[in-house]
Design a protein around this ligand. Sequence first.
Ligand code: 5GP
Ligand code: MN
Length: 315
Amino acid sequence: MTLDNIKEEINKAETIVILTHESPDGDAIGSSLAFYIALKQMGKKVDVIIPEYSRTFNFLPGANEIKKESDITEYDVALVLDCSDTKRLSTWVNYFDDAKVKISIDHHGSNKMFADYNFVNPAAPANAQILITVLEFLEIDITKEIGTCLLTGIITDTGGFKYSGVTQETFEFTAGLLSKGVNVSEVYKKVLQIKTRTNFELTKLVIDRMEFLEDNKITFTYITEDDLNSVSAEIGDHEGLVEIGRDIEGVEVSIFLRQVEDGYKASLRSNEYVNVSDVCMIFGGGGHIRAAGCVIPGSLEHAKEKIINQVKMYL
Ligand code: 5GP
Ligand code: MN
């Protein structure tokens, strides 16, 4: 069984590196820090390498120990969390490539099964929820600190327990965290409720530009690099903007484009029936049925036309 192999490899390993996807969200960071703390508890030499992440997550236990890079070139184990594709490991993929053993734990339906051992469950509403099982299997005590990190992943990826993927375990686990001293309400407020001022300024822009297409079934909006610079945006300040269109009555697909180095990063959300992961896979991306992304090279006009035409085919 994959979990037995994972346990054996982790037990054997002396050095372990934890990696996650670029533009990491709360599930990516929460999963990484939860496992980081757990492996330290086991006495491992472990590094978590996340070159850039939103300041929203600075409050998490272990966040001040996150590294941008490492002197170690060849780890015994690379543990990749919440990441469906090595392409999303961007420029730090070398730590994955050079590791002796590669392990992936993920919940994306589009996962490419790229590691030596892949523990992937697309039914899990958050990668952090899979880690409950994995950490228990490794006989790790879920402390207040680990619980806080796992809860962050669960809260972000379930939109605060509201998406259809939540299960009985989601609530039972969260309820159990209360007795461990985890401040559920504070975590909720920090990761979901409080927005940065910059995010608010970007919200005004994307609302102002929102277009309604196909009988109001599609919303489209965008931000350019100039927009991001004009409000001095930092990494993560665009989080949540794609949800504005999604949450309007009658909308099936919300499309949000954000200019990046080589074109436009598309974020898609759907409500009832469009599988946006399938749409994004056509452009080399992926994700989940109701939340997915991809990069489309070229100009705004080009990216806009391509993504809208593709979404129309799935309506
Ligand atoms: P977001 O729109 O919040 O960036 O991403 C939504 C979901 O799609 C997340 O689960 C994220 O990991 C996934 N995703 C976003 N962009 C990409 C991409 O370029 N490639 C793949 N494979 N998944 C992506
Ligand atoms: Mn996730």
